[in-house]
Design a protein around this ligand. Structure first.
Ligand code: KG4
Ligand code: ZN
Length: 343
């Protein structure tokens, strides 16, 4: 089956062509990072306008790169939510128009199910059950993935997402936007033990996360620092110590979840899963516990349409894709049933 995937939930305009369950024929991502950089974050109104300008060229480019035409497409997958409503509506509108014009089945995909589905593209042999950590700019959540379309929510952030913490701290440090990649780079020169930042909710508080206190701790440290502006070395130490605090909590809770769910495999997905230190620490800790850890490659971790197409494969193959013109964007949309668990 040839699936055309569309993703426009935040600030990446993306279209992909997926053949079968693993052949990504093209995965075009047009990032708006440069457009939003002067504002230090995504401006929703500008994001939706850019999606509108870029979506058709991006779809044409994806078809061209895959060497396929619309006549060959057998199903359409589009991110229905959660995300910025104005951005989601552009992808959804185009997907509905294409499905209507071509009489094709359409499936609305949950963005986080998409991030998790990236793992099946990375390793086509991967089968549930496993535990998935989804860490992005908008989400930090742990899922027990019981089947490709069956998720239990084990824990989530109570305030900021991990990626949001990276972005906010980078802003405090004057490192620019987006913060994740730049902190990752600067931290490589620093000592992660130089400063001890809090590991929020790390002891006996279930599998939820909290990152806003960590951001405040960095702010307080900067406010009280008598050596401003920070030297290059001090900045690197600060970035590395902050990153270590985020990484330790993420890894610790994911491994706890794996023990609770008695699974042998964990997956880390979403933009923050690109982080070098997270990958390194996760792999080392998982090895100690005899667990396998899988990271999709960075281009499949950040927002992309190939993961969206893969998440729709089951419903499309079962003939469950329908063109419902009243299908609406869901800016807030929980995934899976919450499982409450305290140690
Ligand atoms: O999944 P994604 O592309 O978009 C959302 O769904 O939010 O994730 C974007 C987030 C941003 O907060 C960005 O700073 C973070 O992922 N990120 C990273 C790294 N690369 C991207 N965070 C830490 N280390 C990285 N290398
Ligand atoms: Zn995302």
């Amino acid at each position: 089956m040839l699936i055309l995937g569309i993703e426009t939930s935040c600030d990446e305009t993306s279209c992909a062509l997926l053949w079968g369950d693993r052949d990504v024929l093209s995965n075009v991502v047009s990032s708006q990072v440069e457009v939003h950089r002067p504002f230090g974050g995504v401006v929703p109104e500008i994001a939706s306008r850019k999606h509108m300008e870029w979506i058709l060229p991006v779809i044409r480019e994806a078809l061209g790169k895959a060497g396929r035409s619309m006549d060959q497409v057998e199903g359409i997958a589009v991110t229905q939510g959660p995300g910025l409503v104005g951005s989601l509506l552009i992808g959804l509108g185009v997907a509905k128009a294409l499905a209507f014009a071509r009489k094709l089945p359409l499936v609305g995909v949950h963005h986080l199910a998409g991030h998790i589905a990236a793992a099946y593209l990375e390793d086509p042999g991967l089968r549930p059950p496993f535990v998935a950590l989804v860490v992005s700019g908008g989400h930090t959540a742990l899922y027990h993935v019981k089947g490709e379309e069956s998720f239990s929510l084990l824990g989530q952030t109570r305030d900021d997402a991990a990626g949001e913490a990276f972005d906010k701290v980078a802003k405090l440090l004057g490192l620019g936007y987006p913060g994740g990649p730049v902190i990752d780079k600067v931290a490589r020169e620093g000592d992660p033990k130089a400063l001890r930042f809090p590991r929020a909710m790390s002891k006996g508080q279930g599998l939820d996360f909290s990152f806003s206190g960590l951001k405040t701790a960095v702010l307080t440290y900067l406010r009280d620092s008598t050596f401003l502006p920070l030297s290059k070395g001090a900045l690197a130490d600060l970035a590395a110590s902050f990153q270590e605090a985020v990484v330790e909590v993420l890894v610790d809770k994911t491994l706890r979840a794996a023990r609770k769910c008695k699974v042998g495999r964990v997956v880390a997905a979403g933009g923050v899963a690109c982080n070098t230190r997270l990958r390194e620490h996760f792999s080392a800790k998982a090895r100690e516990e005899g667990l396998e850890v899988l990271f999709p490659r960075p281009s499949l971790c950040t927002d992309n349409a190939a993961m969206v197409a893969r998440a729709a494969l089951g419903p499309l193959e079962r003939g469950e894709g329908v063109l419902d013109l009243s299908m609406n964007a869901r800016s807030r949309w929980p995934l899976g049933v919450r499982e409450n668990w305290l140690p």
